[in-house]
Design a protein around this ligand. Sequence first.
Ligand SMILES: [Fe+2]
Length: 381
Amino acid sequence: MNFIKKHKKLFAVLLVLALIWGGAFIWTLTIMPNRYEGEPLPEASEGEVRLTCEEGATPYLAKYSADDEMLEVPFKLITVSDSHLIDESGDIFFEKLAILLDRSKPDLVVLLGDLILSGKEDVQNKLAAFFEEREQYWSFVPGNHDGQEYEGEEDRYEQHRWWYGTMTGSPYCISFDEGGDEVNGFGNCAVNIRTPKGISQTLFFIDNSLNSESGHAIDISQVEWYEKRVGEIATENGGELVPSVVFMHRPLEEYQYAWDLVPKGEAELVYGDCIEEIEYGGGSLMFEKAKELGSTHTFICGHEHKNDTRIIYGGINLIYTQGLHFETYGRSTAMKWKLIYAINKNCNWFTEGGTEFVFTPDGEYQIAPRYIPLDYFFYTR
Ligand SMILES: [Fe+2]
């Protein structure tokens, strides 16, 4: 007792700290919102997806009936990212991806980078074989870690060249390199979605995995290529501007501005949280160009495994995809959230999964996160 009397100031401070900590813990257990489940999106539409490449025109994906008629139906895609595969241990990733695709039944899967860290071609082949077996169209953009362990080549840009070369070319992979050496990066390309009504969307795939020599996160040559292609695709569409999505690995610097403006009410947080630092690497003119042209309604990236926001800023969606981070760090690997979940199953911070898009033939779109079912979180790792 004497000891407490002697140090009563210290004990008072400790008591206040304990009350604050306890209060925060109880708050977390009781009123913290559940993860966002999203509005229900339409089920996968009927028809078979096909890719058509005609000389001098933008390649397009469309859905067809059994008697070869192009269908006027919605098109569904799902994005995932950051699998960080190294070797055969990627079984967890493939297992979770299969669960996600069985539920979503997308027409296209878009992988948003940091997929395969090792320089091992057989892991890359395994990825292609997974999609071939499912007869599933897929595409990808490079991430900053992709190919980094490729031996015999120290230059990161050349490592990416090797990595991109081994990733592309399988029958269900729609990624290709449109710009060649004149456009910075690998696998920059545009693919349209078509219905009998015309082009409903353009999908732009942009490599922003490494800063260019000019220091830009997206090089001027890529922004110029994007502007040119937006114009050309509008011409292909009878002069009418086509709505588009830009897929990339790293966030734009505008993700940071948007996040900072949410509390002031100057940007709208639709869902999610930014738990990690927003690492955009450098600036670019991409966002300003997109605003000027008025085609792109959405940018979506991976890279930060614990960020999963959709923010509307300047009329454009800036989104972090849900990802499949089971081989690396993610929210599902953090002990504190596992503990909170074990105490109260309503407190669910786990965001691993994918982000779904549905495009209608009229050019409208819907977006919602989709999660790996909780039953599947804990029996591995
Ligand atoms: Fe990354």
